[in-house]
Design a protein around this ligand. Structure first.
Ligand SMILES: CC(C)(COP(=O)(O)OP(=O)(O)OC[C@H]1O[C@@H](n2cnc3c(N)ncnc32)[C@H](O)[C@@H]1OP(=O)(O)O)[C@@H](O)C(=O)NCCC(=O)NCCS
Length: 384
């Protein structure tokens, strides 16, 4: 494998898109290429992530996106891996570039579905679970993650205050992120007063339904002799899977796919968790951030909640987690999420994160989950 970089990355504001998803995707692709100092004509492959194109009645969007970029002759394909679609796309790009098949691959993830409203969006998302066994029986993602939160609370005593600490931290970070869906801080009182969505999860435990787009330019180091920005070196790209239904798993308090992908990523990168300086994890619900931190090896099982309450994972803590605001506050436009995590890494490593800049931004991890953990990607990055 040859040295492979994130040479550029950019995202739209998450929330409600006034343009089509495709237009937003083209805009972030051009912005990412501009940051990389790479002309669209240098792109040799476009990997698109767009799980719910059905919401815009549009499939096979790669050629349309490439046409908008002025490169209709460039091949493309779409990757679907539920909420981990664009990290799966990044993995494909990495394999193509590190393996020497292409020098420059464009990854673009986008989603536009907020116009559907909560009821329809919930039923679309439920297609990412096991439909006949889970969704058809009324299990939606808030309900499934509530089951995980309940099991975690029973086993480890995880409290509302610990879940709330994740929401308060991520809203504080989102308030400093101009790309974020929610740019407002919340207090513990606001969190505790918010309505229960699926017990024990409240409104502020949930990510919102967001539209948005994010793009990442993956390039061989040798193809970019004079990078315009500080590249994020891709040190590891690992994916894993697991049984789809949570009721068929050995544990409801951890995600085996995260553990497997993390082990593979740390092995590939020759790094250990203690060397990671900041990370973006998949906090679709607050409990998911705690479980992720435990499964990735940063905290022993059952202890991430206490560490979060103590400020360890705050922006100015010893291990900043979700400095972007995470899915909770930055938003979660499904197929844009994994790529947007990389945008945060790129901006932090280039000192572009403004008032949410973390103190040490040399080694980073991103963690992106599909559904309740049947798919997972873990990437490790470092500055040169
Ligand atoms: C939590 C949830 C049920 C709220 O939906 P809703 O009750 O229909 O909320 P609405 O869209 O009507 O918004 C009502 C208000 O709450 C706010 N809001 C909505 N979702 C929010 C969230 N997740 N966090 C904080 N505030 C939220 C809205 O901004 C709005 O505020 P306003 O009155 O000040 O304008 C919905 O966002 C949800 O299901 N989220 C989870 C999405 C999901 O499952 N994703 C996949 C993860 S695997």
């Amino acid at each position: 494998m040859r040295p492979t970089w994130v040479a550029g990355a950019a995202m739209s504001r998450f929330g409600r898109l006034e343009t089509t998803g495709r237009e937003a995707a083209a805009a972030v692709a051009l912005a990412a290429l501009d940051r990389a100092g790479i002309e669209p004509g240098k792109v040799e492959l476009t990997v698109v992530a767009n799980a719910f194109g059905i919401a815009e009645r549009q499939a096979h969007v790669g050629p349309l996106l490439n046409t908008a970029l002025g490169i209709p002759q460039v091949p493309s394909f779409t990757v679907e891996s539920a909420c981990s679609s664009s990290s799966a796309a990044l993995h494909e790009a990495f394999v193509h570039v590190a393996g020497g098949f292409q020098d420059v691959v464009l990854v673009v993830g986008f989603e536009k579905l907020s116009h559907l409203g909560t009821l329809a969006a919930t039923s679309y998302f439920a297609m990412g679970a096991d439909y006949p066994f889970e969704s058809a029986n009324g299990a939606t993602f808030p309900g499934l993650y509530a089951t995980i939160a309940d099991a975690h609370a029973r086993k480890y005593g995880t409290s509302s205050e610990e879940l709330g600490a994740v929401a308060i931290k991520n809203h504080a970070n989102g308030a400093r992120n101009p790309h974020a869906h929610f740019q407002k801080e919340i207090s513990l009182a606001t969190y505790l007063a918010s309505p229960v969505v699926a017990s024990p999860l409240r409104l502020y435990d949930c990510c919102p339904f967001s539209d948005g787009a994010a793009a990442v330019v993956v390039a061989a180091a040798e193809a970019v002799p004079h990078p315009s920005a500080e590249p994020a070196v891709i040190r590891a790209s690992a994916r894993a899977g697991d049984v789809g239904d949570i009721h068929d798993r050995e544990s409801m308090t951890s995600l085996a796919a995260t553990q497997t992908a993390a082990r593979a990523a740390f092995r590939q990168a020759h790094l250990e968790p203690r060397e990671v300086q900041f990370l973006e994890v998949h906090d679709c619900f607050t409990i998911a951030e705690l479980v992720a931190l435990e499964d990735l090896g940063f905290f022993p099982p059952g202890s991430a909640g206490k560490a979060t309450r103590e400020g360890v994972t705050a922006r100015d803590g010893t291990l900043p987690v979700n400095s972007s605001g995470g899915l909770k506050a930055k938003g979660h436009p499904v197929s844009a999420t994994g790529a947007a995590q990389v945008v945060e890494v790129f901006e932090q490593m280039n000192g572009l994160a403004g008032s949410r800049q973390v103190p040490h931004a040399e080694v980073a991890l991103t963690h992106n989950v599909g559904a309740t953990g049947s798919s997972c990607s873990v990437h490790l990055f470092s500055r040169r």
